[in-house]
Write a protein that binds this ligand. Structure first.
Ligand code: ADP
Ligand code: MG
Length: 369
């Protein structure tokens, strides 16, 4: 089922009566989520992810704009009638019910023509439980389960009604790091197996990048960029998106363009044809540095962090807008001499991004702007 959001906007009235400033939690969101895809809704806390999800679910009414499921306008439809499955961060299981009873619960509430026989309900509950691999735990109470198992129960409960759309709001945030990794892969597998169109909200860029068909990056209620994770990483629309994606994060420098050449400090580091003379913000991905004793870019190394396959060379630079510069270098090629006080790099052109100093929008190299 494709989901179309049209000019979707949510404005909350001011919490503080005196200042009277309303909050535009979601500002004119337009996007059609393709059928059967998993979309990662990504951005820092407070950027409007949950509000967007709640509007899709019907838990919150948009201030303006429309929502379509397939061709149906569901903007005015109640949550119960939208055919959605919802999973929240805090599992929200009924503590006094067993796993089986928790999963059965949504089916037992069906009325009229949707009413099911007891046998049919049980069959469905076991199917959902199998899908998330908790069918062995059906007679336990939530308190007898680990966090990861509880979240699986919550997912089974969301799936048992065979929803048209699955909506997940930070479903992994309460799990420890290893379970988070494992459960996110589970969610991806279940989504692929069922083919349910899914919106997955997270503030964790790595999580979103690793499981999404497409990501939507939001900031202060405004969509910044939508695309396949790798495309957005390789081709960020602005400085915010470039900084939000990637670990370690992108390195940011002040620089200037003169005569089609990019300068960082006094170093002429790269040819940037087609870019007019101007001061710019330069973003360089950590993997964009090549150790090269004759390279044009200099930094002052302070430390080499061993990461196993790679090393991270930590250095400083007067032109850096962050305290530290981090490059990721294959451990085999690491022959940096910290004591020399200098490390030199050549840059990989496709890992270097220029941004307008005022608007922070991307300046594409090779295009006249
Ligand atoms: P996220 O899920 O990305 O952290 P939210 O969608 O929860 O962000 O919130 C977006 C913005 O809307 C925030 O500034 C938040 O304070 C505000 N907000 C959310 N819910 C309400 C509400 N019920 N009343 C007033 N403001 C709200
Ligand atoms: Mg939220």
């Amino acid at each position: 089922m494709k989901i179309a959001l049209e000019n979707l906007t949510k404005i909350f009235p001011s919490r503080n009566k005196k200042s009277g400033e309303e909050v535009v939690a979601v500002n004119n969101f337009n996007f059609t989520i393709p059928d059967g895809k998993l979309i990662g809704l990504l951005g820092p806390s407070g950027c409007g992810k949950s509000t967007t999800l709640y509007m899709i679910s019907g838990l919150q009414k948009p201030s303006s704009g429309k929502i379509f499921f397939g061709e149906d306008d569901v903007t005015e439809l109640s949550t119960e009638n939208r055919g959605i499955g919802l999973v929240f961060q805090n599992y929200a299981l009924y503590p006094h019910l067993t796993v089986k009873q928790n999963i059965l619960f949504p089916l037992q509430n069906l009325r009229g023509k949707d009413k099911m026989t007891k046998e049919a309900m049980l069959e469905r509950a076991y199917e959902a439980a199998k899908l998330v691999q908790i069918d062995e735990l059906m007679d336990r109470k939530p308190s007898e389960l680990s966090g990861g198992q509880q979240q699986r129960v919550a997912i089974a409960r969301a799936l048992v009604k065979m929803p048209r759309v699955l909506l997940l709001d930070e479903p992994l945030s309460n799990l420890d790091a290893r379970l988070r990794l494992q459960t996110r892969e589970e969610i991806r597998r279940i989504q692929k197996e069922t083919g349910i169109t899914t919106v997955f909200v997270t503030h964790d860029q790595e999580e979103a990048m690793s499981i999404s068909d497409m990501i939507v990056v939001m900031k202060l209620g405004v969509v910044q960029q939508i695309g396949e994770p790798q495309k957005v990483y390789d081709d960020p629309a602005n400085l915010f998106v470039a900084k939000f994606l990637g670990t370690p994060p992108i390195n940011v420098f002040s620089g200037k363009v003169e005569g089609g050449k990019l300068f960082i400090g006094a170093d002429c580091v790269l040819d940037v044809p087609g870019v007019m003379n101007q001061e710019v913000i330069v973003g360089i991905r950590p993997e964009g540095f090549i150790l090269d004793e004759n390279g044009p870019m200099q930094c002052k190394p302070t430390n080499v962090e061993v990461m196993g396959r790679d090393v991270s060379i930590v250095s400083t630079s007067d032109a850096s807008l962050n305290p530290l510069v981090r490059s990721i270098i294959n451990a085999d090629n690491n022959n940096v001499n910290i004591a020399s006080g200098i490390v030199r790099y050549t840059l990989k052109p496709h890992k270097v991004f220029l941004f307008n100093k005022e608007t922070e929008e991307r300046i594409v190299i090779g295009e006249v702007k």
